[in-house]
Ligand binder design. Structure first.
Ligand code: PLP
Length: 389
């Protein structure tokens, strides 16, 4: 049996998405900027996808800019706002983000810091939530932009974005949210969140890799970071990847149609999985806010077990899990998210993430529950033997 519990890293492409992409790849090869019929047909594909994405996040299609994924959307938001303000005389050269952001935000912030921007990373509490008071204390008259992710990729915790955005706006500061891990998992409404910029990525919700979008509220000052032709209303140059964007649109439509039912089904599966692991495996604990999480994610510490060893042992049983963000997997770096929550070093190294998706079933949860206790016991016994020697 092969079981995939790593949907926050990426998801399989849904069959209707793959079908549409294949058709577009072969039939709609025109350049969407061309005036002739071939070009106009490709443009119509882009228009449909733009509407589908806008519908999913309750936005206007004209505010959706296609990107090569979540990383580019995050870069565009931060670098684009920074550059737009750089050339003005506002004197705002301060950026704020949470300390548990994805590397796409954290490393972009570092790059801007090297170019003279001051940056502040907001702390989170023991459950991974940013306190509004912490943002209020960090905002200054020099702040240009705040970036706080909607849902965290490692622990699934959902931030109080509407409250945080209102605090930023009260000081005349723009607000970006990386919603890569919340879009298609929970209802995401750009107006209700009250943000100015929002990132999303197709491969996190059964669409293709290399396709995403930045939603830019009308009137927001932002510079293009990819310069060239007049694509995407002058906001992102480059001939559009029409098949991938069609896939993004199809995945958005698919997700929108089953958002509530998927969320209910996945949270029931996740809750059972979590409950049973805690009951069957001693010395385990859940990381993150149990009542403020996306429905598919759990992050669990196993006392006395190296997360990497557990990941490999489960992989040998045909079960795919993760030690956290896909980028930090493969290194022994403890998770910056769990560290920011104040967990002890050994607990940050004992934690694995299980993230469910549309295809997971009760039978797969049963399979994991059958294998996991023995795998953990074996690894603990090995550690005890090593310690005795
Ligand atoms: N932001 C978050 C929260 C993510 O989880 C990821 C992907 O792991 C990204 C951004 C990057 O998205 P992409 O893989 O589309 O570049």
């Amino acid at each position: 049996m092969r079981v995939y519990f790593d949907h926050n890293a990426t998801t399989p492409v849904a069959p209707p998405v793959a079908e549409l992409m294949t058709r577009v790849l072969t039939d709609e090869f025109g350049n969407a900027s061309s005036i002739h019929r071939f070009g106009q047909r490709a443009k119509a594909v882009l228009d449909d996808a733009r509407t589908a994405v806008a519908d999913l996040i309750k936005a206007d299609p004209s505010e959706v800019v296609f990107t090569s994924g979540g990383t580019e959307a995050d870069n565009f938001a931060l670098r684009g706002v920074a550059e737009a303000l750089d050339s003005g005389a506002t004197g705002r050269r301060h950026l704020i983000a949470s300390s548990i952001e994805h590397e796409a935000v954290l490393n972009t912030l570092k790059a801007l810091a090297r170019r003279g921007w001051t940056t502040t990373l907001l702390p989170v509490d023991a459950t991974g939530i940013v306190a509004p008071a912490a943002l209020e204390a960090a905002l200054t008259d020099k702040t240009a932009l705040v970036s706080v992710m909607h849902a965290n990729n490692e622990i699934g915790t959902i931030q109080p974005i509407a409250e945080l955005a209102a605090l930023a706006h009260a000081r005349g500061v723009l607000f970006h949210t990386d919603a890569v891990q919340s879009v298609a998992k929970i209802a995401v409404d750009t107006r209700a969140l009250g943000v100015d910029l929002l990132s999303l990525s197709a491969h996190k919700f059964n669409g293709p890799k290399g396709a995403g979008a930045l939603w830019i509220k009308r009137g927001t000052r932002i510079a293009a970071i990819l310069t060239g032709g007049k694509h995407e209303r002058n906001r992102r140059a480059g001939t559009e990847n029409v098949p991938a964007i069609a896939g993004l649109g199809a995945a958005a439509t698919l997700a929108g149609g089953k958002l509530a039912s998927d969320a209910a089904r996945l949270s029931a599966l996740r809750d059972r999985l979590e409950r049973e692991i805690l009951a069957r495996v001693p010395q385990t604990a859940v990381n993150g806010a149990p009542d403020r999480r996306v429905p598919n994610t759990t992050n669990i510490s196993f006392e006395g077990v190296e997360a990497e060893s557990l990941l490999i042992a489960l992989d040998l049983e045909g079960i795919a899990v993760s030690t956290g963000s896909a980028c930090s997997s493969g290194t022994l770096e403890p998770s910056h998210v769990l560290r920011a929550m104040g967990l002890s070093t050994h607990r940050t190294q004992n934690s694995i993430r299980l993230s469910l998706g549309a295809g997971n079933t009760d039978a797969e949860i049963d399979y994991l529950l059958e294998k996991l206790p023995r795998v953990v016991e074996k690894l603990r016994a090995l550690t005890r033997t090593a310690q005795v020697r």
